[in-house]
Design a protein around this ligand. Structure first.
Ligand SMILES: NC(=O)c1ccc[n+]([C@@H]2O[C@H](COP(=O)([O-])OP(=O)(O)OC[C@H]3O[C@@H](n4cnc5c(N)ncnc54)[C@H](OP(=O)(O)O)[C@@H]3O)[C@@H](O)[C@H]2O)c1
Length: 350
């Protein structure tokens, strides 16, 4: 047996998860002498993705949703675990291969059963390994598919993106810049504002914690907004509705402003809903695994890997180094301490 540190979901949080009570780090052990699971394989893990959706799975299992509740006492499920195969009993997964395992435990070593969703990574020159958990992973699929499918961007359109310096936001923004849109980002601190405007090429942005939202949108979108890519919900959504142009599109990607509320009655109530009708807005939610989003996968893979390799697209990561710091990294993402895609580095890739 060897040590196998894991990020453990201990108990169901009420409001913000509490470090040491709801979330801990524990050694769950790994039998390195055992054969791989029948039809499966074992891995040494290098990275795990942090995603806001993990918070939604830390709930009472009797509450149904689009993805199953996590089980208390078990490792936190990560959207992606990236690791190298140690032993394999699966024909399409060779020993030594780099693999991306979807929806798997955040742990140092894994025994992956036959039903797991697995991608063998074929590394492309010029593409960093971590991009496969970000722009080339679930996050990038979310951004690429929903922007095109629901946002229907056209050159010259104005797009507003909330949580613009985060994992999804940085991808949506850079695609929109490439496609000739006027790109406005909403972010929660001034370093993020510099990041989106100076590093990512957004047209402009504002710090929603410092500026009145209506004043900011009046200043930055004098001709109105054609697409609102909404990662946050809450008061910005409410105000943005009043700046939308007729036949504008709202891409409802997430509502992170509500994820750590104790009850839905704490959520901000939208006051300007009537404008959705008057302005004939399309307001559509989606899940990344929907067919109308994944149909963009081939185009996403080709374009984003090409753009990263030619240096015209940035894949920025916010890496928490060491599984001992997993709780801090996860909570930091929910609090907005991240710039780009939040990742946990479990071990140096080898
Ligand atoms: N529909 C889907 O299939 C799908 C798939 C993936 C992600 N999503 C959603 O997309 C959104 C972004 O996810 P991500 O992975 O890219 O996360 P992220 O943006 O990398 O990290 C979350 C960001 O949310 C912002 N935030 C946190 N609390 C906030 C609040 N109260 N008000 C405003 N902003 C707040 C913070 O940025 P600031 O510092 O700027 O506040 C933080 O950095 C989430 O809502 C997520 O659930 C949906």
């Amino acid at each position: 047996m060897v040590q196998n540190k894991a990020f453990i979901y201990k108990s169901i949080p009420v409001g913000w998860p509490v470090a040491g009570k709801d979330l801990t780090i524990e050694d769950i052990g790994f039998d390195d002498a055992a054969p791989p699971p029948k039809g499966g394989f074992t891995t040494k893990n290098f990275y795990a993705a942090f995603d806001p959706s993990q918070r939604g799975r830390m709930r009472d299992p009797s509450i149904s949703s689009y993805s199953a509740a996590m089980q208390t006492g078990k490792p936190v499920t990560s959207v992606h675990i990236l690791g190298r195969v140690l032993k394999s009993d699966r024909a399409d997964v060779k020993e030594g291969a780099l693999v991306l395992v979807w929806s798997w435990a955040t742990e140092s070593f894994s025994a992956v059963g036959p039903s797991a969703q697995v991608e063998v990574i074929e590394e492309r020159p010029g593409v960093p390994l971590t991009a496969y958990l970000g722009p080339l992973g679930m996050t990038g699929m979310t951004a690429y598919g929903s922007l095109h499918e629901i946002g229907e961007p056209k050159k010259g359109d104005t797009i507003l993106i909330s949580a613009a310096a985060g994992a999804v936001g940085q991808v949506v923004g850079q695609i929109a810049v490439r496609e000739g849109l006027h790109v406005i980002g909403s972010v929660g601190d001034d370093a993020k504002l510099d990041f989106i405007t100076k590093d990512l090429g957004f047209t402009s942005g504002f710090n929603y914690k410092k500026e009145d939202l209506n004043a900011a949108l009046t200043r930055l979108a004098p001709n109105g907004i054609d697409i609102f890519y909404d990662n946050v919900g809450g008061d910005l959504l409410d105000v943005a509705i009043t700046h939308m142009n007729t036949f504008g599109r709202i891409v409802a990607c997430g509502s992170i402003s509500t994820y750590n509320n104790k009850s839905t009655s704490d959520n901000y109530g939208i006051k300007n809903y009537g404008q959705v009708v008057r302005r004939r807005l399309k307001w559509q939610g989606f899940l990344v695994l929907d067919d109308n989003i994944t149909k963009w996968r081939k185009e996403r893979d080709e374009n984003i890997s090409k753009w990263i390799a030619d240096g015209s697209f940035k894949s920025v990561d916010h890496v928490t180094d060491g599984i001992d710091r997993a709780v801090e990294g996860f909570l930091g993402m929910l609090k907005g301490e991240n710039l780009g895609k939040s990742l946990l580095k479990i071990a140096e890739p080898e």
